[in-house]
Design a protein around this ligand. Structure first.
Ligand code: ZN
Length: 354
């Protein structure tokens, strides 16, 4: 059986104390002086059943806070060959750009030292301080020489739509370093998750993340990011999958009528998206049987778009196997290994050290 490449896992920051050694003196003092509490991952409240698999929780109600636990729970049982860590720790939600950038640097350095240095199967996303584009580029430049960082991580809930020109230096830097842009569910909490105000339940928040992904994909496409950066790949992470075929057919229909407005989008959105956009598998929101998955692939028009992921330590599938059952072995091998290797060029460099 193919050893999978897990494209979405979330190491959990045990608390702000873990990052203190990675903050410089000024910011360490600031955390103490201001009494800054943990930047809790409010997107994934600890007590929510989806946040952590129940039987993996430790006494604190959480898990995945160290390499040993994460590899024992997420990598070893599946025989995973490589895994891309994407920490979600609320650094993007800080209103101070400087504090956001300092926390982001600490988080990335903590990942390199406490995780990547300790298990050769691990890779990571570069978290960037989305509060400020220049600071994002600075962080990409700082970490890109470490080839274990394999993509740039953005959140779907950004302050402005991601296609806007102001964000283009991020894409320029990512393309130049061979780093895909990963857009993960989550938010800077500048806007409600819906276009018509704040929902009142976690269920609504969770289901409406797909709307944010649609907006971002439409923005990247119509503003011309794919045309301007022809080598850039975008990975939609934890977005679900089944909304995409209907969305891109709809987008293509309106493109046919309105394309004079966006002449730089010279190909139909369906073909651009098939070529340049990828999606992580979990949480898989289609029927889990092989026939339905095959129909979905048919609707997508490509079997190269889906990338294996567990979304550890979140748990959104039945049993122990994140893959839908009964898939054709060829398709399963593509999802588990071939598609990730094609998407993340740096994964092919197995013997990478800083
Ligand atoms: Zn995820």
């Amino acid at each position: 059986m193919t050893a999978p490449i897990d494209c979405d896992l979330h190491p959990v920051v045990p608390g702000i104390k873990a990052l203190m050694p990675y903050l410089d003196d000024h910011w360490r003092d600031t955390v103490v002086r201001r009494g800054i509490e943990d930047l809790t991952t409010i997107s994934y409240p600890s007590r929510n059943p989806l946040s952590f698999r129940q039987d993996w929780r430790d006494g604190s109600g959480r898990t995945g806070m160290d390499v040993k636990t994460l590899t024992a729970q997420a990598l070893d049982p599946l025989g995973t060959q490589l895994a891309i860590l994407s920490p979600l720790y609320g650094v993007q939600a800080q209103f101070s750009e400087d504090l956001g950038a300092a926390m982001t640097r600490a988080l990335n350095d903590w990942i390199a030292k406490e995780w990547l240095d300790r298990d050769s199967r691990l890779r990571a996303s570069i978290v960037v301080p989305m509060q400020n584009v220049a600071m994002c580029v600075e962080e990409i430049e700082r970490l890109a020489p470490d080839r274990r960082f394999v993509q740039v991580l953005l959140l779907a809930g950004s302050e402005t739509t991601l296609g806007r020109r102001a964000n283009w230096p991020i894409y320029e830097a990512a393309q130049r370093h061979g780093l895909p842009i990963g857009i993960h569910a989550g938010s800077m909490f500048r806007h409600p998750v819906t276009a018509v105000g704040w929902p009142t339940t976690y269920t609504e928040d969770y289901i409406n993340q797909a709307g944010a992904f649609q907006t971002q994909l439409g923005s990247l496409l119509t503003e011309g990011v794919f045309a301007k950066f022809p080598e850039l790949t975008v990975v939609l992470m934890e977005s679900g999958v089944t909304w995409l075929p209907a969305y891109f057919w709809r987008l293509t229909k309106f493109w046919k009528g309105l394309r004079s407005e966006i002449p730089w989008v010279s190909d139909p959105p369906t073909s651009i998206i098939r070529e340049r956009v990828r999606l992580t598998l979990q949480p898989f929101d289609g029927p889990p049987d092989a026939a339905s998955v095959m129909r979905l692939i048919e609707h997508l028009g490509s079997d190269e778009m889906i990338l294996f992921s567990t979304d550890y330590p979140h748990w959104q599938y039945d049993g122990a196997d994140p893959m839908p059952e009964g898939l054709d072995p060829g398709l399963a091998a593509k999802i588990m290994e071939e598609n990730p290797l094609k998407t993340y060029v740096r994964l092919k460099e197995r013997e990478t050290t800083r």
